[in-house]
Write a protein that binds this ligand. Structure first.
Ligand code: TYM
Length: 374
């Protein structure tokens, strides 16, 4: 699909995303070298997702650092919509959030929007989204967040706290704004139209609790930005700071550029719960964009930008920039053939999955340490 044809909304990601265009469309700011240097001053090193501009854009991050440098510490907020098992793409903002928590010692609110997925997915009942919530929480805990500083909650369970704040937000959002930003139709159910108010709440919840304004930083995949575009207009009307945001690019589908990474096509991504066999098979079937024969590939080489295998290394599975460049170069000059390329990645992914799945099992009796209840 042509780059012009891409769509990025919280409920649909389609086509080959042009991130420069998206920056303009969404009105977000690119992360530049000055901002990276400012972050590094505090963190001493830069996470590879920052070095590579996988986290590529922001809103008000300079303001957040101004506040931090004045001694006004921030908290973190991110989330998950439990429509199924966690896939590797979801881990990108979460791994980065954990790094921020470690580097800044920040408290984290982790919202699980089981209400959202019930309202937006015809086939899911509340029991399903609750079940997936607790499955997804295992993945979150397995990433190693600090139990003393991490507060996870489900919208339908923590509603006594969330609902009164959500109605305060909702009163400032008109139907025409919701339609313009999210594309709702007359046929959309009214829960969907209200929902964005629930996602806004954790962006000022700490200020409500502490009865003073506390800066908030939200790491997310760029598809979630529209919620906060709306929320940021409302926050000052309620007397709170606008949250700062840092946006990541989206891990591409295993099936190649322009194809959808989606829950409805399990071949397009790897779930944290996939068995070794399933993960290997998905990777061996991945799109590399290489030439049709080994001979042609050796002669003409391939394109790492469209190769799913190269992109998996780049986004998640190789932290060493030099090694990534070597892999990309071997793809370009034709010395690395698809079979070997995929088999190497499969080893890395399987190793990760085995370790993650062990931690996931251990997390089962840790859940209550992390859950916020009212
Ligand atoms: P959800 O469950 O769709 O996604 C969870 C997080 O993962 C990001 N994400 C990706 N990141 C990189 N590559 C991908 N392929 C990819 N796919 C998804 C999402 O952008 C998101 O950050 N409504 C939200 C849940 C939520 C939330 C929040 C998210 C509630 N409050 C605050 C971020 C910040 C949702 O359904 O996310």
């Amino acid at each position: 699909m042509a780059k012009e044809g891409f769509v990025v909304t919280p409920w649909e990601v389609r086509g080959e995303i042009d991130y420069d265009k998206l920056i303009k469309q969404f009105g977000i700011s690119p992360i530049d070298e000055n901002l990276l240097a400012r972050i590094k001053k505090h963190t001493k090193e830069l996470h590879f997702m920052l070095r590579r501009k996988i986290f590529f854009a922001h809103r008000d991050l300079d303001w957040l650092l101004d506040e931090y440098e004045k001694g006004n510490e921030f908290y973190l907020y991110t989330g998950r919509g439990p429509s199924g098992h966690t896939h590797l793409g979801h881990l990108i903002p979460w791994i980065f959030t954990k790094w921020l928590q470690d580097k800044f010692g920040a408290k984290l609110y982790f919202q699980i929007t089981d209400d959202e997925k019930f309202l937006f997915k015809r086939e899911l009942e509340l029991e399903d989204t609750k079940r997936f919530s607790y499955e997804n929480i295992l993945d979150i805990i397995a990433l190693g967040f600090d139990p003393k500083k991490t507060f996870i909650f489900l919208d339908t369970e923590y509603c006594k706290t969330l609902y009164p704040q959500a109605v305060r937000v909702a009163k400032h959002i008109t139907f025409s704004t919701a339609k313009a930003v999210f594309g709702f139709k007359n046929e959309s159910n009214i829960g969907q139209i209200f929902f964005t108010s629930m996602q806004a709440v954790p962006a000022f919840l700490e200020s409500v609790k502490r009865k003073k304004n506390v800066p908030c930083l939200i790491p997310l995949g760029v598809d979630q930005d529209p919620h906060f575009r709306v929320a940021r207009d409302v926050m000052p009307k309620l007397g709170y700071y606008k949250p700062a945001i840092i946006h990541s690019k989206l891990l591409p589908s295993l099936l190649g550029p322009g194809t959808k990474m989606s829950a409805s096509d399990p071949r397009s991504t790897i779930y944290t719960t996939d068995s070794e066999e399933v993960a290997r098979k998905k990777i061996m079937n991945a799109f590399t964009g290489q030439q049709p024969t080994a001979e042609l590939q050796r002669k003409l080489g391939g394109n790492p930008e469209i190769c799913s295998v190269c992109q998996y290394y780049y986004f998640l599975f190789e932290e060493d920039d030099k090694k990534v460049e070597e892999i990309f170069e071997a793809e370009r000059n034709g010395s690395l053939l698809a079979g070997e390329h995929k088999a190497d990645l499969a080893e890395r992914v399987v190793k990760f999955l085995k370790e993650h799945q062990k931690k996931r099992e251990k997390a089962r009796d840790q859940i209550e340490k992390f859950i916020l209840r009212d």
